[in-house]
Design a protein around this ligand. Sequence first.
Ligand code: HEC
Length: 99
Amino acid sequence: MVRLIVCSVMLLPGIALAQDIERGRQLAARWCAGCHVVDRSSREARADGVPTFPAIAGKPDSTPEHLRAAMNPIHGRMPDLSLSKRDQDDLAAYILSLR
Ligand code: HEC
């Protein structure tokens, strides 16, 4: 019984990470796909210059901190999407999973 509990606790971080990426993918499809290419289909920037998510993921300075800051509406041309911290974390995890 004790061993069972220890095992499931050890497994949890891996499961949580997988869920976060999947949740980030769904958020991206809903909130970001209007402007960004959010799947692996293209690394090319669109004609209007909005970077694709694989292109963002490929940049060396794309750390989770940088991505969260970029989702903050104080920056650039991004709209205010009122994302929660968890949304931002999951979206950053999804974007970086495209590396
Ligand atoms: C209304 C259009 C629009 C929507 C919707 C949008 N973005 Fe953006 N995003 C942009 C533009 C335009 C840029 C280019 C940088 C700039 O000019 O601010 C950008 C840049 C970024 C960057 C920075 C890339 C870099 O090189 O630093 C990230 C990260 C990003 N967007 C993530 C997201 C995420 C995540 C979502 C969905 C929650 C989203 N964007 C939704 C327009 C949008």
